[in-house]
Design a protein around this ligand. Structure first.
Ligand code: GLN
Length: 228
């Protein structure tokens, strides 16, 4: 019966870009496992829906297209809820508050206020909120498929700064002592799980899982285990 074609009903497919630690990253004992805070939440979402979770790792910039073409059922990828995205997908209740920060090389002492980043050369992740926001400050923006590649460009001295989400920036900083993190006055961003507008039941189910995890204290346990 349509062997190997399409998705089975007892599988829930989550799309992610596993280059965003501690929310999603490739690691574990085998070195090729996809792990992280979002993945733990996604596992619980699948469990509560009575399904087996399947993870599709792809470019961040491809996630919404994959969702709306039915290739994946939901997105768990530290995705910020924005009005632009809400035009094409539904978001769960917010599950994490973050903000943008800057990574620069340690010897860079030129940045103290938002005025100082005007006309600097930015590196960002393609299709991210940082990518969209950077255009307010400069046209000199190079976009990469992962934050990791943007940070490599910074380390190689090809750009002045990386604009990136707070937790992954702190995570990469811990492994790159030659970098420095700068916090400026960027607005808060709220992460949500994205679901196709054709799947209101899945959206409800995800919101129920979030509510239950928060009420039971498991949510806070997961935060403590994965973040900072
Ligand atoms: N929160 C940012 C966004 O939604 C970055 C997410 C990510 O790189 N995974 O664009």
């Amino acid at each position: 019966l349509l062997a190997g074609c399409g998705k089975s009903n007892d599988v829930l497919v989550v799309g992610t870009n596993a280059a965003f630690p501690p929310f999603e990253y490739v690691g574990g004992q085998s070195g090729d496992e996809i792990k992280g805070f979002d993945i733990e939440l996604a596992k619980q979402i699948a469990k509560d829906a009575g399904k087996t979770l399947k993870i599709e790792n792809m470019k961040f910039d491809s996630l919404i297209v994959a969702l709306n073409s039915g290739k994946i059922d939901f997105i768990a990828s530290g995705m910020t809820i924005t009005p632009e995205r809400q035009a094409s997908v539904n978001f769960s209740e917010p599950y994490y508050e973050a903000t943008q920060v800057l990574l620069v090389n340690k010897d860079n002492d030129t940045i103290h206020t938002l005025d100082d980043i005007k006309d600097k050369h930015f590196a960002v992740q393609l299709g991210s909120t940082a990518d969209m926001m950077s255009k307010k400050y400069t046209q000199n923006v190079t976009a990469f498929n992962t934050g990791f590649e943007a940070i490599m460009e910074l380390k190689n001295g090809k750009v002045d700064l990386v604009l990136f989400d707070s937790e992954p920036a702190a995570n990469y900083l811990a492994k790159n002592p030659d970098l420095k993190l700068i916090k400026l006055d960027f607005p808060p961003e709220f992460y949500g799980f994205a679901v196709s507008k054709q799947q209101p039941e899945l959206l409800n189910s995800i919101n129920h899982t979030l509510k239950n995890l928060k009420a039971s204290g498991q949510y806070q346990t997961l935060v403590s285990a994965h973040i900072k």
